[in-house]
Design a protein around this ligand. Structure first.
Ligand SMILES: [Fe+2]
Ligand SMILES: [Fe+2]
Length: 166
């Protein structure tokens, strides 16, 4: 990509970055996590978040359109890093602990998404792009709710797991 010289270009780049993440989550990562976890509540939460994630992708595409731009994903190196860290950890960990590994990865991902949407929202607000702010807020609210659910399940699983290995 050519050099970024305006806040609007930076916003579009960051938007492409989160579009890449939502697309990878919807089409690859969440289906994979759903197939590997064993905890019922966690699987249900992942299935629900998969549906929300498909909506996030549409909302992000809509933000591009609100700005008169064609949706364009940008490879997100940060997310690729989270993914390789997770894959490596999973290989090194016994299958009994797969839920704990995946809960950690889910929490990291939600925090990453929350930081991305908060930054995008701030930039859109500063540029007076109110419709974009509304769409970004929808995604942000669902990411925060997803993180809250993951944290709740993580606490239960950590307690159960600590007891089982005591
Ligand atoms: Fe998302
Ligand atoms: Fe998410």
């Amino acid at each position: 990509m050519s050099q970024i010289t305006t806040p609007r270009e930076l916003f579009l780049h960051e938007l492409g970055d989160i579009m890449y993440v939502e697309n990878a989550l919807a089409n690859e990562v969440l289906p994979k996590l759903i197939s590997e976890v064993t905890d019922e509540e966690f699987r249900g939460a992942l299935e629900q978040h998969l549906e929300q994630t498909k909506g996030h992708l549409k909302n992000v595409e809509q933000v591009f359109e609100e700005l008169g731009e064609t949706p364009q994903p940008e490879e997100c190196i940060g997310f690729e890093g989270l993914k390789s860290e997770h894959d490596k950890l999973l290989e090194e960990t016994s299958p009994d602990l797969v839920d704990s590994v995946d809960l950690g990865a889910a929490a990291r991902t939600e925090n990453y998404e929350i930081a991305a949407y908060e930054g995008l929202r701030r930039m859109a607000k500063a540029m007076g792009e109110d419709r974009a702010v509304e769409l970004l807020d929808k995604n942000l609210a669902e990411e925060k709710e997803a993180l809250r659910i993951v944290e709740k399940i993580s606490t239960r699983v950590a307690n159960e797991s600590a007891k089982a290995y005591a």
